[in-house]
Design a protein around this ligand. Structure first.
Ligand SMILES: NC(=O)c1ccc[n+]([C@@H]2O[C@H](COP(=O)([O-])OP(=O)(O)OC[C@H]3O[C@@H](n4cnc5c(N)ncnc54)[C@H](OP(=O)(O)O)[C@@H]3O)[C@@H](O)[C@H]2O)c1
Length: 489
């Protein structure tokens, strides 16, 4: 074996040491900062440490297998690399500086004889690769980019049936991904509340945020299911900070009780993802007398978000993310018939109207809370393969199955809106695949300002009417039913 070829490059980033270490040592982030890498995957479960393995696929198709051999938090990571044509040892060192953090990348490549000769004859090739990698890392750690602006081309494509629909598939996701900027936001110490976290998009969003170090509160109606999901997230991410809250979000008594518990904990809420959802056919009413789509998809998230305002305000960078649907494009809000009592009921129409209502609420909160440092955005997950789609739309599922996104791809924009630094610079917008899209495609779905007012006065009235009476004297106060469950790792 010839002498190893050594690459030694460094950068200084203004980011603090712990943030820099957290981002780079979670080595699958290399996909965001090394231009030669096509995709990266963490193969091991749990927190990164000695023995953690990553599979890196290069743009040329070569597959590299990384294993963490030595790991010192906030100091260094040493990895062995195995590929078909070479082996290597890569060390990343981190050091605190007055102006931020120095990251030094030292790689020792062992090529077999003939390849080593070629590499030695053209040293500038490897040098260039090393410099491009470090430049990418520097760029990825820069979290001072502006928010992505709406594109006229995207808005026009949305109006055309085929390009509009194609975007919702996994192919649309992959195409959009090529335009993304890296997201190196640090979530350590941040608190995320995610509704509908026991399956599909909500579970994927909770897992992604937990993997990045956030403290997670999973809101679910089924305690047993929630505990199983929480254990899975803890095992997969190595983040023990996962708590569950049990509430049926179609019942306003439970939504109010949930918000009382969350406020009573005294914790700020940095991220609230209103994701719980379902499509109801035929028309159903809750035990409180509300049409179920309206209750679960609009009134519930409205009351929860309004009530959690004090906890959101406590955060210095609070984000509310409402999970909507492209179905909203076909609907106009009907504030005089929120419970869908008039006309022939259709589950898809009721669903779309409620999502439209939550889009209007998104714009309203964004406006009202602009001065409070709270951003409120809405997103469309695209079409993702989740139990919700399989159960509610079996015929659609059968036809589109092969084109559907994974739940993680469906959750990606919600996670990005909750986490990314540039996402905090936009509010009241509608997003798909980290890009702004219009909230209406046709003038006929636009509500008038009096319809808006009517909607908000109705929501406000229902919020007040469903609020439980505050007990007058402490002595007569009933012991609350424990609905908060803590998990041990
Ligand atoms: N998948 C897609 O293609 C797609 C497309 C557009 C929009 N969306 C939206 O994405 C969100 C997530 O949907 P999904 O596809 O991930 O569906 P999913 O797999 O069925 O997940 C829905 C989640 O909501 C919870 N939920 C339902 N009713 C609830 C209630 N009354 N109280 C509390 N939680 C309740 C479910 O709990 P259980 O586990 O107990 O059932 C589950 O955790 C929904 O808002 C949906 O409208 C999805």
């Amino acid at each position: 074996m010839a002498d190893p070829i050594i690459l030694d490059e460094s950068i200084i980033t203004p980011r603090p040491l712990d943030e820099t270490f957290a981002y780079i040592s979670e080595f699958n982030s290399i996909e965001q900062w090394d231009p030669a890498v096509a995709s990266a995957e963490k193969l091991s479960q749990g927190a990164t440490g000695i023995g953690t393995e990553f599979r890196i696929t290069m743009r040329g198709g070569a597959v590299l297998h990384y294993t963490v051999e030595e790991f010192e938090a906030n100091k260094r990571v040493l990895m062995s690399v195995k590929a078909r044509l070479f082996s290597a040892e890569e060390e990343i060192r981190f050091a605190e500086q007055k102006s931020g953090t120095e990251v030094r990348y030292i790689a020792k490549f062992n090529f077999p004889g003939s390849v080593a000769k070629i590499s030695k004859a053209f040293p500038w090739v490897l040098d260039r690769v090393g410099k491009a990698t470090m430049k990418g890392m520097q760029h990825a750690l820069d979290n001072n980019r502006p928010a992505p602006q709406p594109s006229r081309l995207l808005a026009t494509a949305d109006k055309l049936l085929v390009p509009g629909i194609w975007r919702f598939t996994s192919l649309g996701f992959k195409e959009a991904k090529r335009r993304w900027q890296p997201d190196s936001a640090y979530l350590g110490g941040k608190h995320a509340v995610i509704t509908g976290a026991t399956s599909g998009i909500g579970e994927a969003a909770a897992t992604a945020l937990a993997a990045r170090g956030a403290k997670i509160t999973l809101v679910a109606r089924n305690q047993k299911k929630a505990m199983a999901v929480a254990s899975d997230i803890i095992r997969e991410t190595g983040n023990p900070d996962v708590t569950i809250e049990v509430a049926d979000l179609s019942l306003m008594s439970e939504v109010h009780a949930l918000s009382v518990r969350l406020l009573a904990s005294g914790q700020p809420i940095d991220m609230l993802i209103n994701n719980a959802g379902a499509l109801f056919n035929p028309r159903q009413e809750t035990s409180e007398g509300f049409e179920k789509s309206f209750a679960l998809l609009l009134l519930g998230p409205y009351i929860l978000t309004e009530s959690l305002y004090p906890a959101l305000k406590k955060s210095d960078d609070a984000r509310v993310v409402n999970v909507l649907s492209g179905g909203m494009y076909a609907a106009k809000i009907k504030p005089s018939d929120l419970h869908y009592k008039r006309g022939e009921y259709s589950g898809s129409r009721a669903y779309a109207r409620a999502k439209r209502g939550l889009m209007i609420a998104t714009e309203n909160w964004a406006e009202r809370w602009r001065g409070d440092g709270i951003t409120v955005n809405a997103m469309h997950p695209g079409w993702a393969d989740t139990p919700g789609v399989q159960d509610a739309l079996p015929a659609f599922y059968k036809i589109t199955k092969r084109l559907l996104r994974s739940p993680g791809q469906g959750a990606d924009t919600a996670v990005w809106l909750a986490a990314a630094a540039e996402a905090a610079k936009a509010s009241g917008k509608f997003w798909l695949d980290r890009e702004q899209h219009p909230s209406h495609l046709r003038a006929s779905t636009r509500e008038s300002s009096s319809e808006r007012q009517q909607l908000f006065s109705e929501l406000e009235k229902l919020m007040q009417n469903t609020r439980p009476a505050t007990p007058k004297r402490k002595a007569t106060q009933k012991k609350p039913v424990a609905s908060t469950a803590r998990l041990s790792a």
